[in-house]
Ligand binder design. Structure first.
Ligand code: F6P
Ligand code: MG
Length: 477
């Protein structure tokens, strides 16, 4: 079911695939090696240390193979059913080396291969080699978290007040529409800080990317904005199915701040009655460094349950040099506790659920969803709106293929597009080459900007997370 358009490959010097494979992946594997090293130093049981050392050897082997451009080898069977699919696809690619392989396949293979090192272990099977980084970045997002927590509390309190009928209907609907746009924009830009790309950023830079001022300035960087159509869909459903279940799905991307803003959105949709159920779709294995695992959801709620412990500790717990942040004020603790109560309430009531599926960590694109994950397809058909977050989800929706930038979004997402019966909304900050649905001439205009790629043949403007697209497909049958 794959698209016939060629995928981006790591051999292509004009693609971000080239830099990713040569420069970024070895750094990411080195980070994983350091993390397990640190965990071994802390570990008490001898057997656990031994297993840890074997894992480090496995990671070092991957790093060596990457840096010496070896062939990709079949994955060892770790008991999960997706191994067969990975190896079958590798077989069909022939003898491929790291420097000349489809980008999407190779990057997924890298994380899947790392996971095979942990899976057979007695002590490390559920170890998240990226958790330390995810936690540290979330701690460092404190200013933006506090800003949004105060805003959320005010908003929900206001919504509850409005139920008592303090505003007229038209005024309310207009306020709701504006808020919807803002919530989704928060959610969109929350993705600009993913860890796999921003390894070189300092915490202060990350904080700058997250504030409301930054968001306002970034509004002009949304190249296509289909949010009004998505709002109409939820509003229409609210009117026609007022008393019925109305589900919104969020195919998650990153943990920490991004998950926090996803929950802000989920809580808002439920509180405003734009959905009665929100289903979150996390990954099942450590993925692209910062992606959400089910455990990250629990960790986030725990952080909110004891906010002083979490946010008043140094961002990087292992580092000696960092100073302890100031204590949170009483008002700040109260705002964060409000969030905790609100979200755990929805969770307990079954209105906010988390539903893992191994499909999300397959190597293939989402063109394969109808064939490989028919259960998910059926779920999505029942959903009012399926929101796909972030860059990787966009690459997978479009097959990470070399589409012309003016190709309609509905065409590029293949079986999930026209007549699919699924309403898709992609919230994507651009961190890779593929981009579709742009007006004619826009790509050239952006290439001509400073650092945009010029006439090098590279679409450099699309690599940094500065630009974004919000694209909708109504899938009408
Ligand atoms: O472009 C860098 C990159 O690591 C891509 O490989 C990947 O698609 C993306 O960033 C991950 O970003 P996100 O977390 O937004 O999916
Ligand atoms: Mg990610």
């Amino acid at each position: 079911n794959d698209t016939k358009i060629s995928p981006y490959i790591t051999l292509d010097k004009t693609s971000f695939a080239y830099t990713s494979a040569r420069n970024r992946w070895p750094v990411i594997v080195t980070g994983a090696i350091d993390d397990v090293h640190r965990a071994i130093i802390d570990c008490k049981e001898e057997d656990k240390c031994k297993e840890g050392k074997t894992i480090v050897e496995g990671l070092a082997a991957i790093k060596y193979e990457l840096q010496h451009d070896r062939q990709l080898i079949p994955l060892v069977d770790d008991g999960q059913s997706d191994i067969g699919g990975y190896n079958k696809e590798l077989d069909s690619l022939g003898l491929v080396k790291w420097s000349n392989v489809p980008w999407l396949y190779a990057e997924c293979y890298l994380y899947r291969r790392i996971s095979t090192l942990f899976a057979p272990s007695r002590y490390w099977a559920n170890y998240d080699v990226f958790a330390r980084q995810k936690n540290a970045t979330f701690r460092s997002s404190r200013p933006a978290v506090l800003e949004l927590a105060a805003k959320y509390k005010g908003l929900v309190t206001q919504l509850e007040g409005d139920e008592a009928g303090t505003k007229d209907a038209q005024e309310l609907e207009e306020a709701e529409r504006i808020l919807f746009m803002e919530m989704l924009e928060i959610c969109l830009w929350g993705n600009a800080t993913d860890l796999s790309l921003l390894t070189s950023l300092k915490y202060e830079d990350i904080q700058k990317l997250q504030g409301s001022k930054a968001r306002k300035e970034a509004e002009q960087n949304i190249l296509v904005n289909d949010l009004p159509a998505a709002y109409q869909v939820l509003k229409a459903a609210q009117k026609t199915k007022e008393k019925q279940a109305r589900q919104v799905d969020i195919v998650l991307d990153n943990a920490g701040f991004e998950l926090f803003v996803d929950l802000i959105l989920a809580g808002y949709l439920l509180a405003a009655g734009l959905a009665t159920q929100v289903v979150l779709h996390p990954k099942s294995i450590p993925w692209f460094v910062s992606d959400v695992l089910p455990g990250d959801f629990g960790a986030l709620l725990n952080a909110l349950a004891s906010p002083q412990d979490f946010f008043s500790s140094p961002a990087d717990q292992g580092s000696q040099s960092e100073t302890r942040p100031e204590l949170l004020s009483e008002a700040e603790v109260s705002d964060l506790s409000f969030l905790f109560q609100h979200w755990s309430g929805f969770h307990q009531e079954g209105q906010l659920t988390i539903r893992p599926n191994r499909f999300w960590t397959h190597a293939g694109s989402y063109w394969r969803l109808p064939d490989t994950a028919p259960g998910l397809l059926d779920d999505f058909k029942k959903s009012e709106l399926v929101i796909f977050k972030g860059d990787l989800n966009y690459r997978k929706l479009t097959g990470d293929a070399m589409w012309d930038a003016t190709t309609p979004f509905t065409t590029a997402i293949g079986p999930l597009g026209l007549r699919s019966g699924i309403r898709v909304l992609a919230l994507r900050t651009c961190k890779a080459d593929v981009v579709v649905g742009l007006p004619p001439g826009e790509d050239d205009k952006l290439r001509a900007t400073e650092g945009g790629g010029g006439d090098t043949g590279a679409r450099k403007w699309a690599w940094s997370g500065k630009w974004a697209v919000v694209q909708f497909s109504d899938g009408k049958v």
